[in-house]
Design a protein around this ligand. Structure first.
Ligand SMILES: [Zn+2]
Length: 289
């Protein structure tokens, strides 16, 4: 599996829709960029899978969605942003949190609660769509299912898995979402639920060498007719540039800019690229105001 992918499928006469994702390389890239601890990797890894699948609902390539978790616990949370081209970026709020008791480093939810999950999706109109829920477990899958039930009234099953080794290297990361569409006969869900109860953890299956279509066929949708409609690559890609930073700096106003006359070197939260604004650059921006 050299390239991460997002999939869209339907089953049971299009009455249920399925999103699935392989995100191992994207999560590894995020881990490497930010030198994340296991806890931060597990949290943002699951959020990356979730956001990647949710991005399939974006109507336009230029639109984007942000998935954000804020917790009062020591892990604090993370933010993931993805656009309609499946270019994703993100960062953890407490990237290096490591706890002395080894076992505590594998349960991000416990280190977050209480907290909230927020989804912001651009709609093509001025005002974006925003949904917010209180975290249920902080382990993302259940929280997402609760989010869909509460904010969008869609019965949803979510399975997310991130498997990391001793050095916090990402061995496998992926997930799937199944949603019951409004016209669906709820009785049809029985077979699906039976399958879901028999599906092992998704990252364990991926670690055994299975890709998502195979996992869907052999476990999740076993014995059901289903159709794959779309698959597209998922990549970690930041959209920052010196120009974007210059625009942001411009907004600070003259007084603030005068205090930066010696030059500044802001760092992008999402990819750690640092941009140098020399005293000359700052003077140029002030002159333009
Ligand atoms: Zn960047």
């Amino acid at each position: 599996m050299l390239q991460d992918k997002i999939y869209r499928a339907t089953t049971l006469n299009d009455q249920f829709r399925i999103f699935a994702v392989e995100s191992t390389h994207t999560v590894q890239r995020c881990r490497d960029l930010h030198d994340l601890s296991p806890l931060a990797t597990l949290l943002i890894g699951r959020m990356i899978s979730a956001a990647a699948m949710m991005s399939l609902d974006l109507k336009d390539k230029a639109q984007d969605l942000s998935l954000r978790i804020d917790g009062e616990g020591p892990l604090k949370g993370a933010l993931v942003v993805i656009n309609g081209k499946a270019e994703l970026r993100g960062y953890a709020f407490e990237p290096k949190l490591f706890l002395t008791s080894v076992n505590d480093n594998f349960f991000p939810g416990k280190q977050l609660l209480p907290g909230t999950l927020t989804l912001i999706r651009s709609t093509g109109m001025k005002r974006p769509y925003t949904g917010l829920i209180e975290l249920v477990t902080g382990d993302v899958a259940e929280d997402l299912s609760h989010y869909y039930a509460q904010s969008e009234q869609i019965p949803t099953a979510v399975n997310l898995g991130v498997l990391i080794d001793q050095e916090a290297r990402v061995r496998a990361s992926g997930g799937f979402i199944i949603q019951q569409l409004p016209q669906a006969d709820p009785a049809l869900a029985d077979k699906l639920i039976e399958n879901l109860n028999r599906t092992p953890n998704i990252s364990d299956l991926m670690d055994m060498g299975m890709d998502l279509p195979k996992i869907l066929e052999d476990f999740v949708l076993k014995g059901l007719e289903w159709q794959m409609h779309d698959n597209r690559p998922l990549v970690y890609k930041c959209n920052c540039s010196k120009e974007r930073f210059a625009n942001a700096i411009r907004l600070l106003g003259k007084e603030e800019l005068l205090s930066m006359r010696e030059g500044i070197s802001p760092v992008c939260h999402y990819c750690n690229t640092s941009y140098i604004f020399s005293p000359g650059d700052i003077q140029e921006i002030i002159k333009d105001l």
